[in-house]
Design a protein around this ligand. Structure first.
Ligand code: ZN
Length: 282
């Protein structure tokens, strides 16, 4: 969601996105370790951890300190995953990989961007984004592929549209005997550079089919606890506050959240396509 920014332009939202956030347990072995405005998720096990998303390059120090303040170590992160390769979610990954030595896995499209350090023409926001630090060592994943780190099994689901390589993630986290279906959903917003059309585009001809695939996934996935790339899009701060105030049942758990996110995504796309259908004035 970084419209109107480029390498030359300052990032209007970055300061707000990068505001410090005390890390906290979301559920079981799943923790929030990102800055306040950009999610970074830590899933822990006794034999290594998984990290999803790296926020901004300037978020790295915070993420590392947050992991440490929870009693874990960046050096024990074995696998780093990503939602989509815009600088506000992937900007810190190169440095986090250097500090941890972790394997980085990404969709084919996202992996190509990571190697190159910037998005190509198929990206709706091409030309309006800060570049990211290139990664030498990134492997490609397949839709539905699962990755094991210790007792953690995390599964990749391609949910493209916001970018052609967008990926959402699922895993299970348990507290005592209660296990929850965790979902980390990628951005679904049809945001673009000026002039880009989702309805008809030579550089991204499959955009609408891709969005549909993402919506269908979210409508069907078992979903107890949802976290989104931008935490407020899944009301994370309201849920956290309610939980801190002692609300029961646990406000983090909301099995309708993924379906509602899909519904909102469909509505945003519908409005965007309606705008695109209005003929441009001469
Ligand atoms: Zn984005």
């Amino acid at each position: 969601m970084a419209m109107g920014q480029s390498a030359a332009a300052p990032c209007a939202n970055c300061l707000a996105w990068n505001r410090p956030q005390t890390p906290f347990r979301i559920f079981g072995n799943t923790y929030y370790v990102g800055p306040h405005g950009l999610s970074t998720i830590l899933i822990t096990s006794t034999s290594g951890h998984v990290l999803i998303d790296g926020a901004l390059p300037e978020s790295t120090e915070q993420i590392v300190a947050n992991i440490r303040s929870l009693g874990f170590r960046i050096e024990d992160v074995k696998l780093i995953l990503n939602s989509h390769v815009h600088f506000d979610h992937a900007g810190g990954i190169a440095e986090l990989q250097r500090l941890s030595g972790a394997r980085v896995m990404a969709s084919k499209w996202s992996a190509a961007v990571m190697r190159k350090g910037g998005v190509g023409r198929g990206d709706p926001q091409f030309g309006a984004l800060r570049p990211i630090a290139p990664l030498k060592n990134v492997s490609e994943l397949r839709d539905g592929e699962s990755f094991q780190v210790g007792a953690i099994a995390v599964t990749a689901h391609l949910t493209p549209g916001h970018t052609p390589g967008g990926t959402s993630w699922t895993w299970k986290s348990c507290e005592a005997r209660t296990c929850r279906d965790m979902v980390y959903a990628d951005s679904l917003t049809p945001v673009s550079s000026a002039g880009f059309r989702f309805s008809k585009n030579r550089e991204y001809p499959g955009a609408l089919e891709d969005f549909e695939k993402a919506f269908v996934f979210l409508e069907a996935v078992p979903c107890d606890v949802l976290v989104t790339t931008h935490p407020e899009n899944s009301d994370l701060w309201d849920r956290l506050q309610a939980r801190d105030e002692g609300a029961t049942p646990d406000p983090m758990v909301d099995s309708g959240a993924c379906r509602r996110l899909a519904l909102r995504g469909r509505e945003q796309l519908r409005r965007r396509l309606a705008d695109e259908a209005v003929p441009e004035r001469p």
